[in-house]
Structure formats: structure tokens, C-alpha cells
Design a protein around this ligand. Structure first.
Ligand code: CP3
Length: 354
């Protein structure tokens, strides 16, 4: 680990809550349709899966935002739904409607059939992309691998795609809790195998996206999302790779997430970093949490919002910036302006260096 040139990068140092020369920054969905070079690659490849399943293309797209902006980490270009796809559900995308599964999980028999996919065959393309990116990326810049959380993956697996009210999965959780836990357990086993394989292939940090945990009541979250996030953190802790647990709408659960054994907790913009740092800053690194819609403001407005987030963290962390990874509170959108992203990254580095 210590002979890894990225070991002393700002990003990995911040996750260890060590001193940094300025606050590190990366952005969720930093590779995507807001970049003209991404749109060109996508047009040539034909589709999202036509990019994600080919390591050379996934590598090219991963590196695109790093050529434009001095970001402090790269994130593997892939998707959380590769895991259920490899479990046999048949992932496909309908333009304008997002991801869908040909064979959603609807019965006890469907759940019985699920098994942890083989990382060396059906998910080989992901590990090949990780190794290739690790070879092509500046050795001093860390690469983040990722997975969906068990609850969030189960949402797509049971609903068969996106959902407004999550009626099917919430009915399953209520009416058949033992079956729900059986599903979450096999998905958790798959997530742990998937993250471990990405680490083995060269990823130096890992993030779990619990995008839909915030749709649960606190009691349902403690039953159906938190225990599985905690198991992932505990089982991955045996390795030396930092893990970040990101959740939309997770503000009520920060203490529990900090106690999970993960090194970082990522949050959206509905909590101030000042409050979050007071509550859990002593035990984990915090990642976040600019509202991505702030990128629709002018570059000067973006800079002011960046300073407010940096100040908020410092105010809650005894005046120190240590232990903060700057990010958005959720992913970027296709209609955002790359020049505003440039202002964001520049302001994080310049303002936090003072
Ligand atoms: O952050 C990055 O740059 C890494 C790449 C990444 C993608 N998806 C690429 C992608 C990551 C980390 C994800 C995770 C993901 N995928 C999540 C969790 C994070 C979040 O946003 O909450 C979720 C819920 C998904 C499921 C998913 N995949 C959806 C809902 C969509 C459709 C989105 C859309 O804008 O149409 C995808 C497709 C997808 N994954 C795209 C990208 C860049 C859009 C692809 C395209 O059409 O070009």
C-alpha cells in the first residue's frame, strides 16, 4: 500500500483525516452527457451499455473529465446495475425512461434462483476496465470503484426499473420480511465480492451508493438498509481500502453510518456539513455536499456556494478542513455547463488552500 504513488494523494489522505494542502474534490457522475467528448464517444458506441461493457471505451470515458479539470480522484465508468444484470435479470435502457430489467424479481422462486455472480466471467469486463484505467491513469490519482447498496439494487430488481413510490418492494418488505432479507443477503454477498474484486483489480477506494435508502422511514431503514451497509463495511474492513457510504436523504442516520466501520460518509445537501461534522466528524471523513443544481448558477455564484460549503465544514470541525472530501450531494445532470464545473473545482482548491 505504501509504495502506491496515490497513497499520499489529497483524496486518500482526507479519507484518513490526515493534513492536506487543500481540500480534495471529485464529482458524482463526473463522466457523462454534460461533456461533448462523452456525447461523441457515446454516439460512436451506440449506447450506454455499448460503452460500459468495453474496457477501452469505459477507460476513455473515465479519463475524459480528468483531462479537463484537476480532479483529485477518478471513478470507474460503469453502473450499479451491472450486478443484477450478471445475476441474470437482463439489464436494458429505454431512452428517456432509464434502466429496466427483462426479468424482475417477483416471487419466492425468483429469489431462490439468485446467486452471487462469478466475478471472473460475467463481471470480467468491469474488472478489466478497472485494471486498464489503473494502467492509463496518472499513478498519483486514486481510482474509486463502486457498487449500489443492497437496498438500492433490490429496489431496481423488484420494481423492474425506476419507481415513483417503490410500492412493490415496500409491499415485499412489509408482507414477506423473511423473503426480503433473503434477497438482501444474497445481494450483499454479491456486493462484497464485487467491491473486493474491484479492489483486487486496482481500485484504491470504494463507494457504495444508497440512492433509495432515504425513501424508507427510519424504522424501515434500520431494518432493511443499515444492517446490510454495516455488514459490507465490516467485511471490507479486513482489507486496507477506504470505503465511503453515500446515501441520498441519510441525514437521520449519520451516527449509525459513522459507527459502521466505513472510513467516509457521503451525504446530500439537506444537512449542513457543520451539523454533520459536529455529529460524526470526529470518527469518519465527510464527503459532500453541494446541491448539484447550484451548477446552474453563474460561475461566480457557483464559487460563492462552494465557499459556503467549505466554511460550513470548517465551522463544524473546530476550524480545520481535515477530513473533508468535497463533492456534490448527488450526481450531475446532462444539461450542466462544463465551465461552471471548472469554476467549482478551482474554487475548492484555491479557497481551501488559504
Ligand atoms: O459518477 C460517475 O461518473 C461514474 C459512473 C456512474 C454511472 N452510474 C454512469 C451512468 C455511476 C457511479 C452510476 C451509479 C448509478 N446508476 C446510480 C447510483 C448513483 C445515483 O445517481 O444515485 C444509480 C441509481 C444508477 C442507475 C442508473 N443508471 C440510472 C437511473 C440511469 C439513467 C440515468 C439517465 O440520466 O438517463 C443510468 C445510466 C447511466 N449510468 C448514465 C451514466 C453516465 C447515463 C448514460 C447515458 O445515457 O449516456
Amino acid at each position: 500500500m505504501h509504495n502506491d504513488p496515490a497513497f499520499n494523494s489529497r483524496f486518500l489522505r482526507a479519507l484518513r483525516r490526515e493534513p492536506v494542502d487543500c481540500t480534495p474534490v471529485w464529482l458524482m457522475r463526473q463522466a457523462g452527457r454534460y461533456l461533448p467528448e462523452y456525447r461523441a464517444t457515446r454516439a460512436a458506441a451506440g449506447s450506454f451499455l455499448g460503452m460500459a461493457k468495453y474496457p477501452e471505451i469505459a477507460c476513455e470515458v473515465t479519463l475524459q473529465p480528468l483531462r479537463r479539470f484537476p480532479l483529485d480522484a477518478a471513478i470507474l465508468f460503469s453502473d450499479i446495475l451491472t450486478v443484477p444484470d450478471a445475476m441474470g435479470l437482463g439489464l436494458y435502457f429505454v431512452d428517456g425512461e432509464g434502466p429496466k430489467f427483462e426479468r424482475p424479481v417477483r416471487s419466492a422462486a425468483d429469489i431462490d434462483k439468485l446467486a452471487v455472480p462469478d466475478m471472473g466471467s460475467s463481471l470480467r469486463y468491469v474488472m478489466d476496465a478497472v485494471s486498464l484505467i489503473r494502467r492509463e491513469l496518472d499513478a498519483a490519482i486514486p481510482l474509486i470503484g463502486f457498487s449500489g447498496s443492497p437496498w438500492t439494487l433490490a429496489c431496481y430488481m423488484v420494481e423492474g426499473g425506476g419507481s415513483k413510490d417503490f410500492g412493490r418492494i415496500k409491499a415485499l418488505a412489509l408482507n414477506e420480511p423473511a423473503l426480503m432479507h433473503k434477497l438482501l443477503n444474497v445481494v450483499t454477498d454479491a456486493v462484497i465480492a464485487y467491491l473486493s474484486a474491484q479492489h483486487a483489480a486496482g481500485a484504491q477506494a470504494l463507494q457504495v451508493f444508497d440512492t433509495w435508502g432515504g425513501t424508507l422511514s427510519p424504522a424501515m431503514y434500520r431494518a432493511f438498509s443499515l444492517p446490510y451497509l454495516t455488514r459490507i463495511a465490516r467485511e471490507l474492513q479486513r482489507g486496507d481500502t477506504p470505503l465511503i457510504l453515500f446515501g441520498k436523504g441519510n441525514a437521520a442516520h449519520l451516527e449509525a453510518l459513522a459507527a459502521s466501520g466505513a472510513q467516509g460518509v457521503g451525504m446530500d445537501w439537506t444537512v449542513t456539513l457543520e451539523d454533520a461534522a459536529r455529529r460524526i466528524g470526529g470518527s469518519v471523513a465527510l464527503q459532500g455536499n453541494l446541491d448539484p443544481a447550484m451548477l446552474y448558477g453563474s460561475p461566480d455564484a457557483v464559487r460563492a456556494q462552494v465557499r459556503a460549503v467549505l466554511d460550513s465544514y470548517r465551522d463544524g470541525n473546530g476550524g480545520s478542513r481535515e477530513g473533508h472530501v468535497f463533492n456534490l450531494g448527488h450526481g450531475m445532470s446532462p444539461d450542466m455547463n462544463p465551465e461552471h464545473v471548472a469554476a467549482l473545482v478551482d474554487e475548492v482548491h484555491c479557497y481551501s488552500a488559504r
